[in-house]
Design a binder for this molecule. Structure first.
Ligand SMILES: [Zn+2]
Length: 616
């Protein structure tokens, strides 16, 4: 998953503190505390869905059949959340008894199905709740073209159980097939072999021949069309967005080839991207064969395509070799960030990779300051907690720094050979942190494990990390300094278009504006040169509007309101509403929010409701 939350930084990067505390160096129990399932007794191997989407009641209804291995089990235990279970059948068509366990505020409810030790197939008839956590039912107004409704699922981390009764743990892998019925004007897509055109009758069938963790089972329904990029990559989007999306992501084919050159053959045959409506609250999600992506990555200069590289990298780290439990989440994300930057270095060169490394490091510094200390180690213990509570930049960018340290220490060539072998020898398997450490000691570090305590189990900053730097960002900072000096010396501003630098450089340039040192006049001068207020690039808009709010440069207010009403990506909304709140402009925040709120997804609503104390 692309990082969800971004809290913009001030000007000065803080000197890093060395706050350390050993949590544990012992092997932590590899059993996933987030599931009710007893995998030693019964483990699902294949899922067969037959469902219908009801856009009127916001419900999915139908059946899920399971093939499972049975080790003298008398019960098959599945995870559910807010599901209504109508009946359960055995392979012979006979009904069997079942019950739902006590409700747990994080895990939901166990569905306990009575089986005999001979049973290996059951079928559950069920329906979802209109407020199922995994499901996002968008009104036409919340889409790009504003003509048809849209439905999408988000399974990670433990949300799949709210739309399919399942053993909802990355400790298992399933293949699946599905039949989905939907209103005729809409296309159905899944993390499976997908159609290229709408069906005449609204009925679609799917096959996912490769085994995946249940959090990667995904569904999207909407008025979308397909445009191929080459024979194994392409883009799905609403008709009004398709052309721009296909142009922006035109290098996807090259990206897959670059990734294969690094770490082996792409294991999922097809790599397509589904561009979601602007109210999608996240950046991207690596659903196999069909990455879900925000339309805000379409900035018109192909400079934010590292988001796609990130989701592509997950085809190896995460989807092919999967964290056993959410305590090992860094094994998914740290490797993916490292791999993403290597792909971008291949495609765009080292300067580009350096820029995104610096941005990642800035995000990590923010996380390290703001999240509970116990979640600042790579391996965490989330027993009794919701995986979302531990979510931060730590598994991403501290994980990256760890792998970068290994690369520097053992040399790129050796490290690449190690990673290649790691992916191929663990393909379609799950892995714990402890198993990875053993593999690392055997295959790269010659038994040396001095890094383990320091990097994996200790909170805070390790002592031997290397802080990333960027030549292009240094130039952007010098440029800002020069411009501010010119403005103050009344040098006449020379209007220029801002196309000569990439999005990342401009975002960095704007982020360096310091509300405690710079003035509204400085902003006006910069605006007269670069016209940031009228930018149509979401990354630049967000960075600029945030500074403008903090410094009460009112010229942006109308455009900022338009932006905040139309875009629902939480990474952009959070810093903007926060800036208004911190500068006592809650009236303006609430005025914007009143118009914007109907366009936001409920996770974004929840965040902003709380932040600005809004009562609908
Ligand atoms: Zn990710």
């Amino acid at each position: 998953m692309q990082k969800l939350v971004y809290i913009a930084l001030g000007t000065v990067l803080m000197t890093v503190s060395c706050n350390k505390q050993i949590t544990s160096t012992k092997e932590v129990d590899a059993k996933d505390s987030q599931t009710f399932a007893d995998l030693d007794k019964a483990k699902i191997k294949h899922l067969s869905l037959d469902i219908e989407t009801d856009f009127k009641t916001h419900q999915i209804k139908g059946s899920a059949a399971y093939t499972f291995t049975n080790n003298k089990a008398k019960e098959l235990i599945l995870d559910t959340e807010k599901l209504t279970i109508d009946s359960v059948l055995l392979a012979n068509g006979q009904k069997t008894t079942f019950h739902l366990g006590e409700k747990d505020s994080i895990k939901g409810q166990a569905l306990v199905i009575d089986v005999s030790p001979k049973d290996t197939i059951v079928k559950v008839f069920y329906k979802t709740s209109p407020d199922a956590n995994a499901l996002q039912w968008l009104d036409p107004q919340q889409t790009h073209d504003k003509k048809q409704p849209f439905l999408l699922t988000q399974g990670q981390a433990i949300l799949t159980r709210s739309w399919i009764p399942i053993q909802d743990t990355p400790s298992i892998r399933v293949t699946y097939d599905a039949k989905v019925k939907t209103p005729k004007d809409l296309m159905v897509l899944m993390s499976a072999i997908n159609p290229k055109e709408k069906s005449a009758d609204g009925i679609y069938t799917f096959k996912m021949p490769q085994a995946i963790a249940p959090y990667l089972i995904a569904l999207a329904v909407g008025d979308v069309q397909y445009q191929p990029i080459d024979n194994r990559t392409g883009v799905y989007a609403e008709p009004g967005l398709l052309k721009a999306a296909a142009w922006e992501f035109a290098d996807m084919g090259k990206m897959v080839t670059a990734a294969e050159k690094l770490y082996g053959k792409y294991p999922w045959e097809q790599f397509d991207v589904l561009v979601l409506p602007p109210s999608f609250p996240f950046g991207g999600m690596e659903n196999p064969r069909l990455t879900f992506a925000t339309p805000t990555a379409i900035v018109g200069d192909r400079s934010m395509t590292n988001l796609i590289a990130h989701e592509l990298a997950h085809s190896w780290s995460g989807n092919l070799v999967t964290n056993s439990t959410w305590d090992d989440f860094w094994v998914n994300e740290g490797f993916t960030v490292y791999f993403e930057r290597r792909i971008m270095e291949e495609l765009e060169g080292k300067d580009y990779a350096d820029m995104i490394s610096v941005i990642g490091f800035q995000d990590l510094e923010t996380s390290m300051r703001n999240i509970p200390e116990k979640y600042t180690s790579l391996k965490v213990d989330m027993k009794g907690a919701n995986p979302d509570d531990a979510f931060s930049d730590v598994p991403y960018d501290k994980g990256y720094l760890f792998l970068k340290m290994l690369e520097d220490k053992y040399g790129r060539e050796k490290f690449d050979a190690f990673l290649n072998k790691y992916f191929s020898s663990h393909a379609f398997q799950t892995i714990t942190t402890e198993k990875f450490v053993d593999y690392l000691k055997e295959n790269l570090t010659n038994g040396d494990d001095s890094f383990v305590k320091e990097w994996i189990y200790t909170t805070g900053w390790p002592k031997d990390f290397k802080k990333p730097t960027s030549k292009l960002f240094d130039l952007a900072e010098a440029q800002l300094k020069q411009d501010i000096t010119n403005g103050r010396n009344k040098v006449a501003p020379k209007k220029v278009a801002i196309s000569t630098k990439s999005t990342n450089e401009w975002v960095h340039f704007i982020r360096q504006i310091d509300p405690s040192k710079n003035t509204k006049e400085d902003l006006a001068y910069l605006d007269s040169i670069y016209d940031f207020t009228n930018s149509k690039n979401p990354e630049i808009e967000c960075a600029w509007f945030e500074k403008a709010f903090l410094m009460q440069y009112d010229k942006v207010n109308a455009n900022a309101k338009d932006f905040m009403v139309n875009v629902g990506r939480r990474k952009f909304l959070e810093p903007l509403y926060l800036a208004l709140k911190e500068t006592n402009q809650l009236d303006l925040a609430k005025d914007i929010y009143k118009s914007a709120r109907p366009n936001y997804h409920f996770v974004a609503r929840q965040t902003i409701d709380t932040m600005i104390n809004y009562k609908p």
